[in-house]
Design a protein around this ligand. Structure first.
Ligand code: UTP
Length: 276
């Protein structure tokens, strides 16, 4: 059983300035729900009821969101407005929320290593809330990946095909196809130039990691911009044949970018909210 999911939420969200000057990117609402709540719901659905946040300065509203707001609860108790709180109440009933602060933003790999103290020595999920993943039939991406983990017992990265002129924004994998959208990864490159990319299979913000990843991260030298990349640590695991890639079923919106965020908002409004 994978019980814990790590949420690295310490980034600055510069692409959303000025909105993110004093407000976490992860609290931006897609229609009426903050991005991070979509992520937490996906993790809980996959059985990962301990949600571990790697936060930073200015992110306190995330901790408050996953706590009771007594004054508000009292104010609207017994009124029709209580229905608006239903989804977050369900999340609070099912989940346990833990936090640690990443004091310096030294990259996703470093953020994950910072979360080690909350995870311990067990496999765990990682979910980047700015990648919003929706699945029409209701099986979330992390739940799909847990099924795969139970079969292969090694680290898994979610991938999607992207146009070649966009590979430079992603970690990109190459590997042997085992059918059903599953690959055994033999190489991965972080943000390659189009001509150096081994494929157009890009890693998106969903991972299941085995705990030996922490030692690999510790051995990883900082790469571009002085950041410790998770891709480099995963590559070390891949060399031991222990990383699978999975072309997930569903739609992903890059809500870390303004166009992706707007697209997600329109999609959720049209498909999930409008006829509520
Ligand atoms: P991004 O690079 O997409 O997020 O990192 P960002 O830095 O917040 O956004 P921009 O590029 O400035 O607009 C991917 C994820 O990793 C987390 C971010 O919070 C985001 O969820 N992250 C990144 C950390 O938690 N710590 C880091 O040091 C870096």
């Amino acid at each position: 059983m994978i019980k814990k999911c790590l949420f690295p939420v310490a980034g600055y969200g510069t692409r959303f300035l000025p909105a993110t000057k004093s407000m976490p990117k992860e609290m931006l609402p897609v229609v009426n729900k903050p991005l991070v709540q979509y992520g937490v719901e996906e993790a809980i659905e996959a059985g990962m009821t301990t949600c571990a946040f790697v936060t930073g300065r200015g992110k306190r509203s995330i901790a408050d969101h996953f706590d009771i707001s007594y004054e508000l609860e009292h104010q609207i108790a017994g009124t029709g407005k209580e229905t608006y709180l239903q989804s977050i109440r369900e999340v609070l009933d099912k989940g346990v929320f833990t936090m640690v602060r990443q004091r310096e933003m030294k990259g996703l790999g470093h953020a994950i290593l910072t979360g080690r103290t909350l995870i311990g020595d067990e496999p765990f999920g990682v979910l980047l809330s700015d990648d919003l993943c929706l699945h029409a039939e209701g099986v979330g991406v992390l739940a799909q990946m847990v099924e795969l983990y139970n079969e292969y017992r090694c680290s898994i990265v979610a991938i999607q095909e992207v146009p070649m002129d966009e590979v430079h924004k992603y970690g990109v994998i190459s590997g042997e196809s085992l059918g059903d959208g599953i690959y055994r990864v033999d190489d991965m490159v972080e943000k390659p130039a189009q001509e150096d990319a081994p494929s157009n299979l890009a890693i998106i913000g969903r991972y299941i990691l085995t705990p030996d990843i922490f030692e690999h991260i510790e051995r990883t030298e900082p790469g571009a911009n002085g950041e410790i990349q998770i891709t480099d640590a995963l590559q070390a695991q891949a060399r031991q044949g222990c990383v699978m890639a999975y072309k997930f079923k569903g739609t992903r919106f890059d809500c870390g970018s303004v166009p992706g965020f707007v697209e997600a908002t329109n999609h959720v409004y049209e498909n999930y909210y409008k006829n509520d």
